[in-house]
Write a protein that binds this ligand. Structure first.
Ligand code: SF4
Length: 66
């Protein structure tokens, strides 16, 4: 088991490139403003690696671990 984390997308920084959603669509989705949004839940250990990948690869560093 990994460390449990929660992800949060800063709506002002997200440029809607879609990378996080294609990396981990179990956690990230489009919201009504056409920005990415993370589920407001702790991420299971199985998804942790792909969430970390999304955090690292976001071009504007809009995703934070909370
Ligand atoms: Fe927005 Fe970053 Fe996700 Fe791209 S990778 S949609 S900029 S949060």
């Amino acid at each position: 088991g990994g460390i449990i984390l929660k992800a949060h997308v800063d709506q002002d920084l997200c440029i809607s490139c879609g990378l996080c959603i294609s990396t981990c669509e179990d956690v990230f989705h489009w919201n009504d403003d056409e920005k990415a949004e993370a589920i407001e839940e702790e991420v299971s250990a199985e998804l942790e690696d792909s969430v970390r990948e999304a955090i690292e690869n976001c071009p504007t560093e809009a995703i934070q671990e909370v």
